[in-house]
Design a protein around this ligand. Sequence first.
Ligand code: ADP
Ligand code: MG
Length: 275
Amino acid sequence: SAPLPLPDRTRVFTISNQKGGVGKTTTTVNLAAALALSGAKVLVIDLDPQGNASTALGVEHRSDTASVYDVIIGDSPLGDVIQASPEAGDLSCVPATIHLAGAEIELVSLVAREQRLRRALDLHLKQMEEPYDYVFIDCPPSLGLLTINAFVAANEVLIPIQCEYYALEGLSQLLKNIELIEKHLNPELNVSTILLTMYDSRTNLANQVAQDVRDHFPQQVLATIIPRSVRVSEAPSYGQSVIGYDPGSSGSLSYLEAAAEIARRGAPIIEGARR
Ligand code: ADP
Ligand code: MG
């Protein structure tokens, strides 16, 4: 396949949806792997104490591993905790360990508590000779300080939406929260991308949900839909993306296609963007 266009500046995505189990981590890992395979330099920051993205990318995240916790709560430079993923291409990961579970509380009393990830990331990007093309931040399923740190560090929000009955419930709350972040903490934040996941074409309901989301967000929704597929759910237990695990599977091909759409669309144009 033809190489994808690379962005002129680092595109930092936060993958967010306050619901659990909608495909945030799966989307983070597989889009990152797909873009790395296409020649982009990619970093995944695991901001979920469960560490599922770290597992799926095959990086160490035992409790004594240097992690995103040391960056956000301690003062470790981001570069000190980055690990290379065994996936194909230039793909790295900042792992999350179980210590991150306490960070929500510990952050409350820290100075610039909403900006800690952004500062660490910006400093690291500035020091890199060849900065990343893409950074993906995998969020926990809540709207606490960790997720706020992700929104403040990002330029773009990608919302995965599961094609099920309750899909749109809670979405307006998420969008309201993102507006608040935009107003008070990060004026260049943009909900650029919505990805429909776990689609089962045999059900009318999935079709109906997909159509509703397209009607509400015609600009943001990617044409590609991720099907429900066993191969997608098996891959993490092998410490792999589905693209590494079963390159020809429907899940792999659809994530490759979604990544190509994201690359070809390019970053949204924001007046006066700092990054
Ligand atoms: P979140 O990060 O939003 O909690 P996950 O990405 O962990 O969600 O996905 C929840 C569960 O659904 C996981 O077990 C994952 O393997 C599975 N899953 C995600 N996407 C798919 C898919 N396209 N097909 C089948 N299973 C999927
Ligand atoms: Mg997750």
